[in-house]
Design a protein around this ligand. Structure first.
Ligand SMILES: Cc1cc2nc3c(=O)[nH]c(=O)nc-3n(C[C@H](O)[C@H](O)[C@H](O)COP(=O)(O)O)c2cc1C
Length: 179
């Protein structure tokens, strides 16, 4: 597993080759199998393939034009309603303090990382794109205001092989027994 984790890179250039449907299914399956608090599975994924819809998503993602080389985007959405019995009709955005939202985001992040790793194992590249604001991306995809868009994941066959980006050493990020 550590070799797989080391192999993954964020990819910003893709070939025009289409993704085999079974590979895409496998990436989505990796998300489906992720762990979540109370096994609530508070996530939804939107597969975007049309040129028109990809362009609209790219434009609200701070015009990151490189995204268009990927044939598919998977949009990961945290659905806090899935964690709650009540119909929580509240407006959510980046400043929301709502605890259910945080839990849904946490769980959806786990599922999203599963997708990045499974895509890499399938020979596909991805890049988690988070440079957008909720109020702009939600209308493009028809997402209700009580969901939180966690990331757009362009996915396709890589047309670049970037070197590993640096990480902090363990000595900087691990402490033992207490803070
Ligand atoms: C939550 C999140 C948001 C990101 N947003 C963007 C983005 O909008 N555009 C982009 O080019 N890369 C984005 N990235 C990719 C990071 O820059 C990349 O993961 C980091 O530089 C480490 O490189 P690596 O993934 O190749 O190891 C994002 C990554 C994460 C986890």
């Amino acid at each position: 597993m550590i070799e797989s984790i080391k192999h993954r890179r964020s990819i910003c250039k893709y070939t025009s080759d289409p993704i085999e449907p079974e590979k895409l299914q496998s990436v989505l399956e990796a998300a489906r199998l992720a762990p979540s608090g109370n096994n609530k599975q508070p996530w939804m994924f939107i597969v975007v393939q049309s040129e028109q819809q990809r362009r609209a998503v790219m434009e609200v993602s701070n015009h990151q034009t490189w995204m268009m080389s990927a044939p598919v985007f998977i949009v990961a959405v945290a659905d806090m309603a899935a964690r709650s019995e009540a119909d929580l009709a509240i407006f959510l955005d980046e400043n929301s303090r709502h605890w259910e939202l945080k839990r849904a985001i946490r769980d959806t992040a786990i599922a999203t990382e599963n997708m990045l790793l499974e895509a890499d194992a399938q020979g596909l590249g991805t890049c988690w794109v988070g440079f957008f604001v909720q109020s702009e991306i939600r209308p493009v995809l028809g997402i209700p205001n009580n969901k939180f868009v966690l990331g757009v994941i362009p996915i396709g066959y890589p047309a670049e092989q970037p070197p590993a980006r640096p990480r902090k050493p363990l000595s900087e990020i691990v402490r033992y027994e207490k803070w």
